[in-house]
Design a protein around this ligand. Structure first.
Ligand code: NA7
Length: 861
């Protein structure tokens, strides 16, 4: 037995292991020992040699980015390269960067055990050797364990049974043979469409029909290759900034915003466009809105019906049990036309499941079929199954299998608590399934390389994710999944393709940009969530957010939405209007009408929301948000209508003048004018002028708070309550929340400061209580207040401080903080389900404060 000592042990010589070796050994100067079960490099592209094996990401995107010369010199022959070419590329990379010498091929890891006393991993291999390493990198890939044959009787079969991922290098002669293909995922489709012309008979066993779209493969022309090489620099940046990690056109619209004719045009364009564009470039809501998804599903089903001549076969090929994209969408080359060939048949393995393999072929519950070759295209135990089988043992003798008994989990897809100095590349809960893998791999390796470099530079010997960080990230992954349609399908995305495997989201379903942002934030905070030598660490801000919020923000990134602070005034206003797309439908039983109220310089519009209840009803005057520079009646239709319905009140939303065209005090003067008008006229609209509350969100909450002050000081109107949702109460406040959430999300310090300065007109006004209600000399005598704050909001602390000050001044005050939510969440009810909780808090408060009994009792007092 040999024992060697190295800095890093790496398992796997695919895309991940090769780049990890290059980065850690060639660039960082660490000693590396790699292990690979196959006789050569290539990983998944070494093993999957079945006929038709091909990548369905374009090769100019599905390739390394780390070396400019490599990008230029490797001439891809096809748009979507086939397996032999990708394998040749990886072999070339191994040669070019002299990586082979760091690997022991034909060598399996049989155990990897962490020793707490020496702070080393002891890696044992089936060649009887032992490698002791400071770090252990799992680059074994997600598809290295194939799904074992579930059908009894394989030994009885006279012919050949073969899983697609164990196809022999010399091939299998299928000419003139009767062949069964079991499985219609990406692999089953590729193998079937490829072998159909060679075989005597092809029988495809389909348990679940899939939404396959044309791959659009063709030779890569010199012009296309030249263009790719010339633009690699920008394209690779765009790729990393796009949902799928490839520079596809961005989906920026809801499918429900287009007419059926417009949708048809969009789907026609991207159905033929090839690759993941059908999902990434059509409509952003396919993946979370069932109604939107149905439009794409219907479209694809229509195409299948057009392409398959026998209507019964066509119907069987149409998926009906899952939403488009919730199972990994395959791509095909004349797959559907294949079923028009006389020697190809489709068997419904759901209606008549396969029972066993027999001496002659396959027996279903219906009949026996005779075959010479049975191809199992039945998939993989996706995730880090390979590592579990390697017998990885962490701190205190705990195995990975035990740690993952309820599902595989890894902090940012890279680290597992109790397994110090072990890093996964594209591990469980990474975003690898929605992130073009070579790029995702490079990012992940670079992250790990950076972390090791920092640990070494600071003299740390262990880096381990904390239990709390792993737990919170795991929750986040689940919450994000719950914001999508992914959990509704039985798929390997959810670990649901393997009997007995816990059903948990195997990936973070945000797309590449948000995943990258989270990793960048972790890194920028000194590897937040990782404890070095047992030291303290904190959680990155994004992980404090509710999963629905993270999913929403990811959606904005995927759309390429410009951050508000980078927008000019018109763009910022348009972006704020766009928030409407993220609101629930307006409740149908609320009547909406526009009225006018007078101001000094003319009249303004106010929108009135009236629930279908007999009056007189209490009244809420609600001021929309938008930083005094944006927002509109339209943008707050849904929050106001929902308020009217929940509280059973008439809600009036005044269209106050916006800055900078109309700086302070225009907005607050209009608010006061609206309140006076409401007091005088609301009786005509079914409202009770004795029961008026004022409320608002963000800048609107500032106006509401100031209106309450002015109404007190100016002798009316009389207000029964004030509802302040995420109010700005002092532009100059120096609070902790302003510091830790300076970067938002949505509201950043820079944006807030710009809005305040546009509103103020005269900077001297900044300390006026009419701008900064928190600076009012006296807060007593104000109407009872509900102050709502969001945990992840720069304005959180000043809202809470204001609530405390109100209470100290004798004002009955309720303060509610919503953990995990952020500024503007209140007006995004369609994306953030927990907005219902905020609405409930407001309606509970107002129901009490505006009840006729309460108002009568208060006036008696
Ligand atoms: P997939 O996508 O998991 O597909 C496996 C297929 O095999 C799928 O159609 C399964 O039907 C079918 N299957 C599995 N077990 C059975 C049994 N017992 N009876 C009938 N049919 C069965 O694996 P692929 O290899 O196609 O693709 C894997 C990934 O590799 C691919 O997505 C790319 O990312 C690369 P089911 O849907 O479970 O009903």
């Amino acid at each position: 037995m040999n024992e060697q000592h190295v800095d890093v042990a790496i398992v796997g010589a695919g895309f991940a292991g090769l780049y990890a070796t290059h980065r850690l050994r060639n660039l960082q100067g660490l000693s590396v020992q790699g292990f690979e079960a196959a006789p050569g490099p290539g990983g998944v592209w070494f093993w999957n040699r079945y006929p038709g094996a091909r990548c369905d990401f374009e090769s100019i995107h599905y390739s390394y980015t780390f070396d400019e010369a490599l990008q230029r010199e490797w001439r891809w022959s096809e748009r979507y390269a086939a397996q032999p070419e990708i394998l040749a590329y990886l072999e070339h990379v191994a040669e070019r960067f002299d990586l082979r010498r760091s690997f022991r091929f034909d060598t399996r890891v049989t155990s990897a055990v962490w020793d707490d006393s020496t702070e080393r991993w002891t890696v044992t291999t089936d060649d009887g050797n032992v490698t002791v390493a400071r770090y252990f990198v799992n680059a074994a890939g997600a598809f290295s364990v194939f799904k074992a044959n579930e059908f009894p009787g394989e030994a009885d079969f006279r012919g050949t049974v073969i899983h697609t991922s164990r196809w022999p290098a010399e091939g299998i002669d299928l000419a003139g043979k009767r062949v069964a293909v079991i499985g219609t995922g990406s692999t089953g489709i590729q193998v079937s469409q490829t072998i159909a012309p060679q075989v005597a008979e092809l029988t495809v066993f389909q348990r679940t029909a899939n939404f396959a779209c044309p791959l659009g493969n063709r030779p890569l022309s010199d012009e296309e290759f030249g263009e790719a090489v010339a633009n690699y620099e920008t394209r690779r940046v765009e790729s990393r900034d796009s949902i799928a990690g490839a520079p596809y056109p961005r989906a920026v619209k809801s499918a429900l915003m287009d007419s059926p004719e417009e949708r048809r045009k969009v789907y026609d364009k991207y159905y033929q466009g090839g690759g993941f564009r059908m999902l990434a470039s059509t409509y952003y809501d396919l993946i979370f809105n069932p109604e939107a998804n149905a439009t794409a599903a219907d479209y694809i089903r229509d195409r299948i019906r057009e392409r398959v001549k026998d209507p019964e076969v066509a119907e069987l090929l149409c998926p009906t049990d899952h939403a488009y994209g919730t199972k990994r969408p395959p791509f095909e080359i004349d797959y559907y036309e294949m079923f028009n060939l006389p020697h190809v048949r489709l068997v419904d393995a759901r209606a008549t499941p396969i029972e066993r393999i027999t001496e002659r072929g396959v027996a279903t519950t219906d009949r026996e079929f005779e075959f010479d070759v049975i191809v199992l295209a039945t998939g993989f135990d996706v995730g880090a199954g390979a590592l579990m089988r390697m017998g990885v043992v962490g701190r205190n003798g705990r195995t990975l299998t035990e740690h993952w008994a309820d599902g595989q989990r890894a902090y940012i897809g890279m680290a597992t608590h109790g397994f110090p100095n072990l890093f996964h590349i594209n591990g469980p809960q990474s975003s690898a399934t929605l992130f073009n893998n070579p790029l995702a791999i490079e990012d992940s390796v670079d992250f790990v390389g950076g972390l090791i470099a920092q640990a070494d530079a600071r003299g740390h010997t262990t880096a381990e994710v904390t239990e709390a960080a792993e737990e919170r990230y795991n929750e986040l992954v689940r919450e994000v999944a719950d914001a999508t349609l992914f959990p509704t399908a039985t798929s390997w995305y959810m670990g649901a393709n393997i009997p007995g495997k816990p059903r948990t989201p195997m990936y973070l379903f945000t797309g590449a940009p948000m995943y990258r942002a989270i990793c960048a934030e972790v890194e920028a905070m000194g590897y937040a969530g990782f404890s070095f030598d047992g030291g303290d660490t904190s959680l990155p801000n994004t992980m404090r957010l509710d999963g629905s919020a993270v999913f929403l923000l990811a959606g904005l990134m995927n759309m390429g939405a410009k951050p508000l602070e980078e927008c000019d005034l018109d763009e910022a206003r348009a972006a704020m209007e766009g928030f409407r797309l993220m609101q629930l439908p307006i409740p149908a039983d609320v009547t909406i009408s526009d009225l006018s109220y007078p101001i000094d310089s003319g009249v303004r519009t106010a929108r009135l929301y009236r629930p279908a209840i007999e009056g007189p009803l209490p009244v809420v005057v609600f001021l929309h948000g938008g930083g005094w520079i944006g927002g509109s009646l339209d943008s707050f239709d849904e929050p106001c209508a929902a308020l009217a319905q929940r509280v059973g009140a008439v809600v009036v939303s005044p269209d106050y003048r916006l800055a900078p065209e109309h700086p302070f005090p225009a907005a607050i003067d209009d608010t006061m004018a609206a309140l006076r008008w409401v007091t005088e006229h609301i009786g005509e609209y079914g409202g009770d002028p004795a029961r008026i509350a004022v409320g608002g969100e963000s800048a609107g909450a500032n106006l509401a708070a100031v209106a309450a002050l002015r109404a007190r000081d100016e002798g009316g109107p009389h207000l029964c309550a004030q509802v302040l949702v995420t109010p700005l109460t002092d532009p100059m406040a120096e609070t902790e929340s302003r510091r830790i959430f300076a970067w938002g999300p949505i509201l950043t310090s820079e944006l807030g400061a710009r809005m305040v300065s546009l509103y103020l007109g005269d900077p001297m006004q900044v300390t006026s209580p009419w701008v900064a209600p928190a600076l009012a000399a006296d807060l007593s005598g104000l109407p009872p207040a509900l102050v709502i704050t969001m945990e992840v909001d720069p304005l959180r602390d000043e809202g809470e401080d204001y609530a405390s000050a109100l209470e100290a001044a004798g004002v009955p005050t309720v303060c509610r903080r919503f953990d995990g939510l952020f500024h503007t969440a209140y007006s995004l009810s369609g994306a953030i389900p927990r907005v219902a909780e905020i609405q409930e808090a407001i309606s509970d408060f107002l129901a009490l404060r505006l009840s006729a009994e309460q108002v009568a009792a208060t006036s008696v007092v």
